[in-house]
Write a protein that binds this ligand. Structure first.
Ligand code: ADP
Length: 379
């Protein structure tokens, strides 16, 4: 970088310039005005003030005392000018150090963060704008560090999740090849189950990365919410029956026509229903309720399951967030289902949120979808 383009030098030079201008103005004033008063100026008073020479009598030639006085004035001004210059150099160096050094530190920390050192923090101790900037950079670093931590945890979890079914499949295949395991339908069903789990996990990860890259396309059309819900319910009934959880529907008789992409909304319902089933013990109940209104239809999925502690509620839609890491890890959760659901609902122009009165009180998940316009007009 050109040395004159550095902030330190710009500040220094601007301070110098102000002092030099001050000194030149003072000297010029002393030279012209005092000189004119003492009758020595090469420029007449009329030139300076535009006053007719006839109104002001021409000054008499300066005496030795006047000349001495003018000399003293000019010399004092020169000394004062140099003193001001020296003071300005000291003040300028101090001020530019106070401004430039924190800026250099902030820039160093930003560069380190950009290189992936998310533990870097700035330690600027002041109470001015620089401290505000420093605290914003530290907040950014906190957010980056947390995201990185979750990414690393997810990598470990994904590796674990992928390894478990693969090891099972590998073990069974080896057993079948060595004829240690009988080629029974039960064995093949188990291998198929593990392969399905793998496929599901990979699909979710691919969907999340597309959603986060802003590449999720929704092709909306007028569709009855009841139809989408029934499709999902048909898929889930056997699992609900197997786990002895009751699945209730509270749907309006008249079709609730929303503008939505049925496949994407099915995905949202699958994620929410799978969670409700996963976190509701046997003999519990899961209810799906639809409430249409003027502009939006609201879908509620409530369960009588384990509930969500209030401190976790604001975070459960964040990617890779899991309330109880050990519990969900055992059951194959990765903390991306709700993030995907949120992306999908937002892509429709809707809202999604959760409520829970805490552990043991069940959870309520809500999302909204825009009503089809013709529906509103008919209503
Ligand atoms: P996961 O794959 O772990 O279920 P999600 O993104 O779907 O990931 O959910 C995030 C977390 O929210 C879960 O790990 C779980 O702790 C909590 N959660 C989601 N739905 C429910 C529910 N119906 N009841 C209790 N906890 C829930």
């Amino acid at each position: 970088m050109n040395i004159l383009h550095q902030l330190r030098w710009k500040l220094f030079l601007s301070h110098m310039l102000i002092v030099v201008i001050g000194v030149v103005v003072l000297l010029a004033t002393a030279f012209f005005v005092a000189g004119a008063q003492l009758g020595e100026t090469p420029v007449s008073v009329s030139d300076v003030f535009g006053v007719s020479e006839t109104t002001i009598p021409a000054p008499a030639a300066p005496t030795a005392a006047q000349e001495q006085f003018q000399f003293v004035v000019e010399e004092s001004l020169l000394v004062a000018g140099f003193a001001a210059l020296a003071a300005a150099i000291i003040v300028s160096l101090y001020v530019s150090r106070r401004i430039v050094e924190p800026l250099q530190e902030l820039s160093l920390v930003s560069r380190r963060l950009a290189q992936g050192y998310y533990r870097e923090r700035t330690v600027i101790q002041s109470d001015d704008e620089m401290a505000d900037l420093s605290s914003s950079i530290n907040q950014l670093a906190d957010a980056l560090e947390q995201t990185e931590q979750r990414r690393l945890t997810l990598l470990a979890d994904v590796a674990h999740e992928l390894r478990t079914p693969l090891t099972t499949i590998e073990g069974y295949m080896e057993g079948l090849i060595d004829s240690v395991i009988e080629p029974e339908a039960e064995t093949f069903a188990l291998i198929q189950h593990e392969a399905t789990r793998l496929k599901w996990l990979i699909q979710e990860l691919a969907l999340l990365s597309r959603a986060e890259a802003g590449q999720l396309r929704v092709e909306t059309k007028p569709v009855a919410l009841q139809e989408i819900i029934q499709n999902v319910v048909i898929q889930f009934r056997p699992q609900f029956t197997a786990q002895e959880v009751t699945l209730d529907l509270e749907l309006p008789d008249a079709p609730t026509i929303v503008r939505a992409d049925p496949d994407r909304i099915e995905q949202v319902l699958i994620n929410l229903l799978a969670n409700a089933l996963q976190y509701t013990p046997p003999e519990g109940t899961v209810t799906i309720e639809v409430t249409p209104s003027d502009y939006f239809a609201q879908v509620e999925i409530r369960d009588s399951g384990i509930g969500i502690p209030s401190e976790h509620l604001p975070h459960i839609f964040e990617r890779f967030y899991r309330v109880d890491k050990s519990r969900t890890r055992r059951s194959g959760g990765t903390g991306i289902g709700l993030t995907i659901a949120r992306h999908l609902v937002y892509a429709h122009g809707g809202e999604i949120w959760a409520e829970s009165s805490g552990i043991g009180h069940g959870a309520h998940f809500y999302f909204t979808l825009p009503m089809e316009e013709t529906e509103r007009e008919l209503a």
